[in-house]
Ligand binder design. Structure first.
Ligand code: CA
Length: 226
């Protein structure tokens, strides 16, 4: 059974999330502050942490930094609507994903499942079929085919696609993508990303203007959904 640690000071949200996770077969432990959360994790490490950023004693970001010094347990952040900068800072500090309040149970469970799957080390699929099978991506062979016809990707395009696919269902910030694809020193070159994501969409998406797989997270980064 997966153990979930829920760090949230709002009792109603805490109850709502706890019930959702318990109904999904998880065991949930609750904490209402950064100090309580770190103590609870120290007593019994969790498989997933669901973390509110606005906590009464300290900033949730400090929880992320302290937990990251101890463990690589996935962290799902609960964020207030519209605070994009907060999401970026939380992801860069080591959170794995975020949900914007208010959120529904299906969305919560989908994010939690994706993080738990990844934490179990289940390998990314080697061959992906997108858009009903029209696009086939074979990561091991660096081969992409669309309607059976090979699609040429430049090395940068391939590296960007591979990075996004390696984080299937999880958001990557602009900074994380720039570092992974272009390396240190390019973390401010956000326009590269827009250009290359646009090229990938034209090569892979059925409708590049309404992408279904290479999704924009406004103000934050990009997310690949298979
Ligand atoms: Ca709060």
């Amino acid at each position: 059974m997966n153990r979930v640690l829920l760090v949230e000071d709002d009792p109603q949200i805490r109850r709502f999330v706890r019930l959702a996770m318990e109904n999904a077969g998880c065991e949930a432990t609750e904490a209402a502050s950064v100090a309580d959360g770190l103590n609870a994790f120290g007593r019994q490490p969790a498989d997933l942490v669901i973390l509110d950023l606005g906590l009464p004693d300290r900033d949730g970001l400090e929880f992320i930094r302290e937990l990251r010094a101890l463990a690589d347990t996935p962290i799902l952040v609960l964020s207030a609507r519209g605070l994009e900068e907060d999401k970026v800072v939380a992801l860069d500090a080591g959170a794995d994903d975020y949900l914007v309040k208010p959120f529904g149970v299906p969305e919560l469970l989908a994010r939690a499942r994706a993080l738990l799957r990844r934490a179990r080390g289940e390998p990314a699929p080697v061959i992906l079929r997108l858009a009903g099978g029209a696009v086939e991506i074979d990561l091991a062979r660096r081969a992409v085919r669309r309607d059976g016809v090979p699609v040429h990707l430049t090395p940068i395009e391939f590296r960007l696609l591979k990075t996004l696919i390696g984080h299937n269902d999880r958001v990557l910030t602009h900074r994380q993508l720039l570092r992974a694809v272009w390396g240190e020193g390019h973390s401010e070159s956000g326009h590269y990303l827009r250009v290359y994501v646009g090229r990938l969409r034209h090569k892979l998406e059925a409708d590049p203007a309404r992408p279904r797989h290479l999704l924009t997270e406004t103000g934050v980064g990009y997310r690949f959904v298979s």
